[in-house]
Design a protein around this ligand. Sequence first.
Ligand code: PLP
Length: 501
Amino acid sequence: MTTPDGFGADAATAQPPWGFPQSGALPMPETLPLPAALAHLAGGPRYWLPEQPDQATAAVAPAAVSPATAPPAVTPPTAPTAPTAPPTSPPSGFDVEAVRRDFPQLHREVNGRPLVWLDNGATTLKPRQVVEAVGEHYAMGSSNVHRGAHTLAKQATQVYEEGRQAAAELLGTPDQGEIVFVRGTTEAVNLVAQSWGRSNLGVGDEILVSAAEHHSNLVPWQLIAAERRARIRPIPLLPDGQLDQDAYRDLLGSRTRMVALTHASNVLGTVPPVAEMTALAHRYGAKVMVDGAQAVSHFPVDVTALDADFYAFSGHKIFAPTGIGVLFGKRELLEAMPPWQGGGNMIDSVGFEETTYAPIPHRLEAGTGHIAGVAGLRAALQYLAALDREAATAYEEQLTAYAMGMLATVPGLRLIGTAPGKIGVLTFLLAGADPMALAGALDQQGIAVRAGHHCAQPALAAFGLQAAVRASLALYNTVEDVNTLVAALQDVQARSAPTAG
Ligand code: PLP
């Protein structure tokens, strides 16, 4: 079987050029059986409702690990080893319990257990302030923006443009014209690839893409490279998940036009030295597209200090709604870019002879935007701005260090990505456990983690893998969340260990 990125089942063992020699890689199962424990989801999740015991599925619920590793029915579950390592005391200025009170979903149950949400890399939960802002827009403030002279249009426009202002402040640019609303990171990269790429890439030009990228900062470049007959060149990884800086320096050259870089990897947690890499790229006249999808919620970002040419993030990964995101671009670059979509809102005047376009950012925002989404984004960014962000970042760093230490105590657990300064993205394998089945087992305990390729197949392939489990932290996670995860993993491991005799 070959995946769209060209890796098949055999690729798990064959090293791609950006990979490195493996030692002691855990064997990956060829098939990913759906655990019986997940079968109840076929009926659809019951959002907001407390979980009811489900008689139909209760009988199959305990089958949490794959049959090959499941214990005999008579074996009593091994008691989880109580985590002993104490957390360092949280930094002053950050009250995690107060923050948790703002997130209603943290207080629901899943499968009869209190929810432990460790799938923040996929999406973050929303504080009630965001839910209320979206509800208020639809309930009382519905209107289109930038059109019409009536009061509600003016109010909606004000909220919309305040959302832009909040995004500019989050990213550290004083120029709101540099903030383009998009659906999310994926659309932002596609916009740059289709607009900037089409007018700036030619035959034989090179786009350097780090091997840690999410597919959304790779595939749009592949599409435009194929069209413009340009070439994609991967920046390889080191065994701990850092980007190989020597290789990067060697790859840069007079043909380099674009460097596509993550600001925080969604599978390895690596935070590359983006400012230094950008400065190097600029020496060759190349531009840099930074994917900040996983960065913005974890640490303060300053595009001016980074000197990033383009920077993208998705609202839903920073406590805001889905369907809204932001592209930052330097003014001179955005102004030189042709529209990539045509329609309403993006024009100055339209005639059959000639059409002229609105100034940035509107020229790149054809059609009605996600107005309620911006209202929610504004609320999320205001919520974040009201927190002590340095203290929140310090808290997350401590929690990440604690989680890495605790995961290391689980027998047979292999952590993928151990670069210094990584964010709380903890991707791992557990010996003998299929990642999907393991995620299903954790789900039965109310623990939400993700399993699969995490839309970063090249990054996993560099480690000789096709799938892994990922627990990803946010500022509302706690030491108790980590302890619950570790105890559940130890339980799974103990159940699957061969019994004496
Ligand atoms: N980049 C990274 C690092 C991500 O983690 C994700 C989503 O998981 C994306 C890009 C794509 O974001 P979206 O699907 O919101 O466009």
